[in-house]
Design a protein around this ligand. Structure first.
Ligand SMILES: [Zn+2]
Length: 425
């Protein structure tokens, strides 16, 4: 099973920090050179994008031969993915540069799995390979690696194999960070406590509404997150309109895109973990997710759909969910069936119901939270188990974690008065 750790990296002296910055800056310079060469070759029908110069001679002394190779490989992967997206008509521009020498390069590097080691303990540390010239200059021994302190609480301190380490300077957090892919032994996984089920309704204003067969309901509010996403999108559009003719992007625009994505991913990661842990405690073993792709042709407006899609990156979210669920031995099943968001759970009507903001009402007398009702209806289609619902738990995002908000919606009223229902129809 493939997993990843992220953690903070702290140089222990000013000298070490300078060394690290030079290493990352040289990596970015190398990336830019390789990328420039590939872009030039791409333009020229007589040239081969894969056939590039030898860079070890000029960069090996600073980065070490294996890191030169990793950067070249990473760049090759970026071009491969560009070509395969282009084939599908989804390419979003050629691979970009890591900043430039005038505005500053993006400090980043990739280190081969055998060229670094991480140790967690009383003095947690990361040791990375650096080139011979840097070692000489900073007085490191011939076989010595640069030793850095690490901080954080990664999920996987024990693993079978480690992958290529990504090390970068996070401008927003003003700190160095590392991303470490690892392969974990499957026997470390948890087993579900029972065989309960849960269904999720996914949207933009309420990111996730969930109902379980144990009668629990969870609502993850997304309005503020979504508003900020929209604000950033507007700012990107404004900056784009100011660009000179012939330019499509700038350092600032790329940075805004980047920040927007990171913010969403952070909230999604935290959401999937919070939700899966709650579901695990409830004894859930299967999670059903309604396929968002179906929404387009039914009730929702095209605009609502587009914004939900962009914001959520639905496929990515389901992958995240499935990855986290796997750690707990749960399975995630995407069900593509008729949209349930407008269906009255009382009389089954889909035509007569009205949705106003978060409330779904039906002439039969039903009134309830629209998204929670949708997840409940969706769940009832997947399973025969039904239990009465507890008061829903409402969760809010504060940029760091999801926490329970005291302002929770009421559970759906008991489905009363069948006479009214038949009149309503
Ligand atoms: Zn009804």
């Amino acid at each position: 099973m493939k997993r990843s750790n992220t953690f903070e990296v702290i140089p222990q002296s000013e000298e070490d920090e300078e060394l690290l910055r030079r290493l990352l800056d040289a990596s970015a310079a190398l990336w830019n050179e390789i990328n420039y060469e590939r872009r030039e070759h791409y333009k020229d029908p007589d040239e081969d994008v894969w056939d590039i110069s030898e860079y070890r001679g000029r960069y090996g002394g600073t980065l070490g031969a294996s890191t030169v190779q990793q950067i070249e490989r990473k760049n090759r992967e970026a071009w491969k993915s560009f070509f395969s997206l282009k084939k599908k008509g989804e390419a979003n521009g050629k691979p970009g540069f890591w900043g430039n020498s005038d505005d500053g390069r993006e400090l980043r590097t990739y280190i081969r799995n055998t060229s670094y080691s991480v140790e967690w303990g009383e003095y947690s540390r990361l040791e990375i390979l650096v080139g011979k010239d840097l070692k000489d200059e900073y007085g490191l021994g011939h076989r010595e690696r640069l030793r850095l302190e690490v901080r954080g609480n990664p999920n996987w301190k024990e693993y079978e194999k480690q992958g290529r380490l990504e090390l970068f300077y996070d401008e927003q957090a003003q700190s160095f960070r590392a991303f470490q892919p690892v392969t974990v032994d499957d026997s470390r996984l948890a087993q579900p406590l029972a065989s309960e089920e849960a269904a999720l309704d996914i949207g933009a204003n309420n990111l996730v509404a969930c109902t379980t067969t144990t009668g629990q309901q969870y609502l993850y509010e997304g309005r503020e997150l979504f508003d900020r996403f929209r604000e950033t999108t507007r700012e990107i559009a404004r900056l784009q309109s100011l660009l000179e003719d012939g330019r499509y992007s700038s350092h600032r625009i790329r940075r805004l895109y980047d920040r927007r994505t990171k913010r969403r991913d952070h909230a999604q990661d935290a959401l999937t973990r919070d939700l899966i842990e709650r579901l695990y405690d409830e004894g859930v073993s299967t999670v059903y997710v309604g396929a968002l792709t179906d929404v387009l042709d039914t009730h929702w407006s095209v605009e609502t759909n587009a914004k939900t899609h962009n914001f959520w990156a639905f496929r990515g979210f389901v992958n995240r969910l499935a990855c986290t669920a796997e750690e707990y031995g749960m399975s995630v099943e995407v069900r593509s069936e008729a949209w349930t968001s407008q269906e009255c759970p009382n009389c089954g009507s889909t035509e007569d119901t009205t949705r106003h903001r978060d409330t779904l009402t039906c002439p039969c007398g039903f009134e309830g939270h629209a998204d929670l009702t949708a997840s409940e209806t969706f769940l009832r289609r997947q399973t025969t188990v039904t239990r009465s619902m507890a008061r829903p738990v409402c969760l809010k995002w504060d940029d760091h974690e999801w926490s329970e908000s005291p302002r929770s919606p009421r559970p759906n009223e008991e489905h009363t008065n069948p006479q009214v229902a038949s009149v309503g129809r």
